[in-house]
Design a protein around this ligand. Structure first.
Ligand SMILES: Nc1ncnc2c1ncn2[C@@H]1O[C@H](COP(=O)(O)OP(=O)(O)O)[C@@H](O)[C@H]1O
Ligand SMILES: [Mg+2]
Length: 358
């Protein structure tokens, strides 16, 4: 059973080069898939194609068992009969309609049961007392949840969300996305959500589709994309990352922070080595050290800054092979603020190291 299916979709605006380049994926009922990528990579265009707001030029889009767009024939099913729910960035509620009228806006008389669903859902998310008030009396987070119910009221097979939390502050965002996830998992709708925030994608998604320049360059679970990035772009997508260079010798690259195995790379290959700041461990970090941690590597503390939930350290490693010092950033949970100029012993979690050929 398929919720949403895209097959070799290509899309260009007018005579410009394509902004969606041969994209294929599906979203199963009950699954939440996130499109993650930088601004301009084609995420919103993909949602608009799925919604029917853009006509498919090449490739095929299906929803359920129906082809809703087919480039070769020009077949195009209009948005209102596709069975999609939409919530775009500026999800404004209708100001002159009550909360209940907003949620039930798209329903016809034949949807009697859905009016009951609307009242019931509003109660369950703590908004039962607001059904007869107007949107301006609700907070931003409450309005967002009402907009989500409005998108779900017609029982869409596919829900399309474009950066739905972008207007919210950090704390509100965290609450609202958790509640959104609960609501979506209850409905079992196939959801395609766009975000440029990797943490949000990891929190929400069953699967992440990483986009770059109109293509999906990696598809996988949050764990797969975070721990097994397919290339440097994906490795760097989840926040600042340290980069070193080296040459493969005896199936490994040597660095001042240890030797990292490269079983798939031929000796002599020039390599880029990426180490996540959270991959550096020190005795303070409270996690058990791996058995093969050895004696660790000595670093000089250049600076230590408190970020709240974690501390940011800038470390310098003496690097004989490089003839120069290597500057590395580390992120340690909690408050760990060693004095500048002091020396500490550091280990690297090999799961947080990624080596790619240049
Ligand atoms: N209506 C349009 N006409 C022309 N170019 C557009 C239009 N909409 C988007 N684009 C261009 O297409 C590219 C992808 O845009 P978009 O799908 O909005 O990306 P994202 O949502 O990932 O930021 C961008 O370069 C953007 O400038
Ligand atoms: Mg966009």
């Amino acid at each position: 059973m398929i919720g949403l299916h895209m097959d070799h979709v290509i899309h260009a605006y007018e005579d410009d080069p394509p902004v969606v380049r041969d994209v294929s994926f599906d979203v199963k009922p009950g699954e939440l898939v996130c499109l993650l990528g930088p601004s301009g990579c084609g995420k919103t265009t993909l949602l608009r194609l799925a919604a029917g707001l853009e006509i498919v030029q090449q490739g095929q889009i299906s929803i359920g068992d129906k082809t809703v767009g087919l480039g070769e024939t020009g077949h195009h099913m209009p948005p209102e009969v596709r069975g999609v729910g939409l919530m775009f960035q500026d999800y404004a509620l209708f100001p002159h309609l009550t909360i209940l009228e907003n949620v039930t806006f798209g329903l016809t008389d034949s949807n009697g049961a859905r009016y009951a669903w609307a009242r019931d859902s509003l109660s369950r998310i703590g908004l039962g007392g607001t059904i007869n008030v107007y949107p301006h009396t609700l907070s931003g987070g409450q309005q967002q949840r009402v907009a989500l119910l409005r998108a779900l009221a017609t029982e869409p097979r596919v829900l399309l969300l474009d950066e739905p939390f972008s207007g919210m502050d950090v704390t509100l965002r965290a609450n609202v996305r958790e509640q959104t996830l609960t609501i979506l998992k209850e409905t079992g709708v196939a959801t395609l959500m766009v975000t440029h925030d990797p943490e949000e994608a990891m929190f929400m998604a069953d699967r992440i589709l990483v986009m770059q320049g109109g293509r999906i360059i990696q598809a996988g679970t949050p764990q797969e994309t975070y721990f097994h990035p397919a290339n440097p772009f994906v490795a760097a997508l989840f926040g600042p990352i340290n980069e070193l260079s080296g040459t493969v010798q005896d199936k490994a690259v040597k660095t001042p922070l240890g030797d990292f195995e490269t079983p798939a790379m031929a000796d002599g290959t020039e390599a880029r080595i990426f180490i996540r700041p959270e991959g550096l461990k020190m005795e303070y970090s409270g996690e058990p050290l791996p058995d093969d941690a050895g004696e660790g590597y000595t670093a000089r503390v250049v600076s230590a800054r408190m970020l709240g939930r974690s501390s940011h350290l800038r470390l310098s490693f003496a690097a004989d092979a490089y003839g120069t010092e290597i500057d590395i950033q580390a992120r340690i949970p909690g408050a760990f603020l060693p004095a500048s100029g002091s020396t500490i012993t550091v280990w690297v979690d090999p799961n947080q190291v990624f080596v790619f050929p240049v």
